[in-house]
Design a protein around this ligand. Structure first.
Ligand SMILES: [Zn+2]
Length: 326
């Protein structure tokens, strides 16, 4: 634990040592939105697990330099997991790679550390768009046994992806979890709400902490890792049943790369192009091939459009054979 603290991995960039940092306007706006956001009343959901983190003042989890923290004091919580009290702190600040990242830190008993983080810096090749996605990965080390460490990392990644997919999260074929898209120009989330984003971020962070296995808490009902490299599968069938079917198989080779999905969403203003509904009105948005992939339609900006659930379904009804797989 102390080794983690001493590394100070997210200190200010050296090049800006003497100058105050200018936070990009889109990050300032996003931080403001997040400060004004409260968790939805349903709390945080992972499959059939419902958590209700309480907003409280906790002893600081200091992994950062305070002057860069844009959410300080706004997203500190406590939540009960498996009979233990877990302190949570969400922090947004600049890391050594000059990226603004949202971090989820936790403390439980004598264990504390970072669970999950998300890059909030505008991707250079996608103008004005911040894709709120992160590859699922574990930094597991095993002294003197790199092969074993690799196996453990792979196993954790697979189980995390499966739990997320079954819980209704958007996980791409290459194991990126996508929590939404933010438009710097519109200063708004395009395909999610701030509440849903925050709730999903916390869910992913808590699940990752559970699978890391060194954060002091464990969900009793989820598959978990123990040090003999045996997954606790006893309850798996039951748990996975409760989480729902694995919906991953539906994607396939015409999967739309995240960057392209973000651009389609930005072009369409984060709304269904047919009925105009967006996430603020409860609509779930999908990126749809105009000419279906199965009929030779390309996965390009001009052949993609944003549709809500019901319009997507309506389209399927009119032309089942062509659109059933869209
Ligand atoms: Zn629609």
């Amino acid at each position: 634990m102390s080794a983690f603290k001493n590394r100070l991995p997210y200190a200010a960039p050296r090049s800006n040592k003497s100058q105050p940092l200018k936070t990009p306007p889109e990050i300032t706006a996003l931080a403001k939105t997040l400060r004004e956001t409260r968790l939805p009343s349903s709390g945080v959901r992972i499959g059939e697990i419902f958590l209700k983190p309480k907003q409280v003042t906790i002893a600081p989890l200091n992994f950062n330099r305070a002057r860069f923290e844009l959410l300080r004091g706004w997203h500190d919580y406590q939540v009960e997991i498996g009979g233990r009290t877990v302190d949570l702190s969400l922090q947004l600040y600049l890391n050594v790679n000059h990226h603004y990242r949202l971090f989820g830190f936790c403390r439980c008993g004598s264990a504390e550390g970072m669970m999950f983080s998300l890059n909030f810096t505008t991707a250079k090749d996608i103008n004005g768009i911040i894709g709120l996605s992160q590859k699922i990965q574990f930094r597991e080390g095993r002294d003197g046994d790199p092969e074993r460490a690799r196996q453990i990392r792979g196993a954790k990644k697979r189980i995390m992806a499966e739990i997320l997919v079954r819980s209704g999260f958007d996980v791409t074929d290459n194991d990126e979890v996508n929590l939404g898209t933010y438009s710097a120009t519109q200063k708004a989330f395009l395909d999610t709400t701030p509440e849903a984003f925050l709730s999903q971020f916390l869910a992913v962070a808590l699940l990752k902490g559970h699978l890391q296995g060194n954060k002091g808490y464990q969900f009793a009902c989820l598959p978990r890792y123990d040090d003999s490299f045996a997954w606790k599968w006893d309850s798996t069938a039951e748990v996975m049943g409760a989480l729902g079917p694995n919906k991953r198989g539906r994607r396939g080779a015409r999967a739309i790369p995240l960057g392209l999905r973000f651009r389609v969403l930005e072009r369409d203003g984060g709304k269904c192009v047919l009925c105009g509904q967006g996430p603020a009105m409860g609509a779930t948005l999908h990126i749809d091939h105009v000419t279906p992939f199965s009929l030779g339609g390309l996965t390009t900006l001009s052949n993609l459009q944003t549709l809500c659930d019901s319009c997507n379904l309506g389209k399927g009804n009119r032309s089942k054979r062509s659109f059933v797989q869209e």
